[in-house]
Design a protein around this ligand. Structure first.
Ligand SMILES: [Zn+2]
Length: 205
């Protein structure tokens, strides 16, 4: 039985590295993979997946309204596909998550989705919500906070270096994301009085 997987984490946990490595493992054995990435990530008009350690691969882009089941079925009809990988899966629509479930259930192709669980305000992304609801396998990709605890949350630093406390869910550009444990996330978001002095939200000195 092919399954729908959701590998979730916060930012900078190495999700794309894991995805590219897993795809490589298939291809090394002579099998074919299809890679998808959200249309927000493109270079010269082409989709691509890049990892912090320098791995990079071209990928098909998905956008709102795309029928991913149809695209994968069409591709599979002329090139046998052994696994589908989706990066930035938090940007999938709920219906697209169902389409990917059908790829597993009806085409027999495993689908490995990688993405963020929550945004910088601690809210689920639509794609993550649907994946958490219906994926067969949930796997957490771990990274740590500056304090050493597991990081499950993310804050967004604007161009001024300050923590954004509101704003659009998606901001791709010069903003920097930092992964934190829940305790330090609440402090950086101003929801709880800071209890240590290692925060980056406060002015130096
Ligand atoms: Zn912490």
């Amino acid at each position: 039985m092919a399954k729908l997987y959701f590998h979730y984490a916060t930012m900078n946990a190495g999700k794309s590295t894991l995805l590219l490595q897993a795809s490589y493992n298939y291809r090394e054995r002579g099998m074919n993979t299809m890679l998808f990435v959200a249309g927000h990530y493109r270079k010269d008009g082409e989709g691509y997946i890049s990892s912090r350690i320098g791995l990079e691969a071209g990928a098909e882009m998905f956008a709102a309204g795309d029928d991913l089941y149809a695209r994968i079925a069409d591709h599979h009809a002329h090139t046998a596909t052994h696994c589908v990988f989706v990066d930035e899966a938090q940007f999938l629509e709920e219906e697209q998550v169902w389409q990917l479930a059908r790829v597993a259930d009806r085409l027999g192709i495993p689908v490995m989705c990688y993405g963020l669980r929550t945004d910088f305000q601690g809210k689920l992304f639509p794609g993550s919500q649907a994946l958490l609801a219906i994926a067969d396998e949930l796997r957490e990709v771990r990274t740590i906070c500056r304090c050493g605890r597991k990081a499950t949350m993310v804050v967004r630093l604007g161009p001024d270096g300050k923590v954004a406390r509101q704003g659009a869910q998606v901001a791709i550009g010069k903003d920097v994301y930092v992964s934190l444990c829940r305790r330090h996330w609440e402090e950086e978001m101003g929801r709880w009085r800071p209890e240590d002095m290692i925060g980056f939200a406060r002015p130096a000195g």
